[in-house]
Design a protein around this ligand. Structure first.
Ligand code: HEC
Length: 150
């Protein structure tokens, strides 16, 4: 009798461990947005430092953040996030990419403000109008050189 109890406990332990391993980790939208926010801030300082390859890199990472949002959180509390991202961000992202290509600081600043407005506007559409995005005033990390030109 005791033996059966032990076997059952052992098997249920195994299956519990297996189910925990198979439960894939899915990042929340707030979490993904946090990393988008970090890229958004770094992007500003890279362009300010005229480190255009770094700016291009941060922009790519930012876009990957949006891809993650569409992939992991396509529907967020009834809002079709995956479908909202393209219309909201395509144009300003393309403007920013163009400015980086041209190494044009003035164009960059205009495009960057457009992007920040697009961020805030999607927040409004998603019922998060209190999350407002603007130009950063301090680098998010100070252990990385934004002006280091290769
Ligand atoms: C497709 C719509 C959409 C776009 C575009 C968008 N966001 Fe968001 N963002 C959201 C939603 C929805 C939330 C709320 C998530 C939650 O409540 O968990 C959010 C939350 C946030 C937060 C709050 C996270 C926190 O922990 O404080 C920040 C910061 C943020 N977004 C930054 C940005 C930035 C920067 C951009 C533009 C580069 C951007 N977002 C573009 C939909 C969007």
């Amino acid at each position: 009798m005791k033996f059966y109890v032990i076997v059952i406990l052992f098997i249920s332990g195994l299956s519990h461990a297996a189910s925990q391993e198979s439960a894939a980790y899915v990042p929340g939208l707030g979490e993904i947005m946090g990393s988008i926010q970090m890229r958004h801030a770094k992007l500003w300082f890279a362009a300010k430092g005229e480190n255009w390859p770094l700016a291009a890199y941060e922009l790519d990472e930012l876009k990957e953040g949006f891809e993650d949002a569409a992939k992991y959180q396509p529907d967020f509390k009834g809002k079709p996030i995956a479908e909202m991202i393209g219309p909201a961000t395509q144009k300003p992202l393309a403007e920013v990419a163009e400015a980086i290509d041209e190494k044009d600081s003035l164009h960059f600043v205009k495009a960057y403000d457009q992007l920040s407005r697009a961020c805030s506007s999607c927040h409004r559409s998603a019922g998060r109008g209190f999350i407002v995005i603007q130009r950063p005033t301090t680098p998010p990390y100070t252990d990385q050189r934004y002006d280091a030109r290769p």
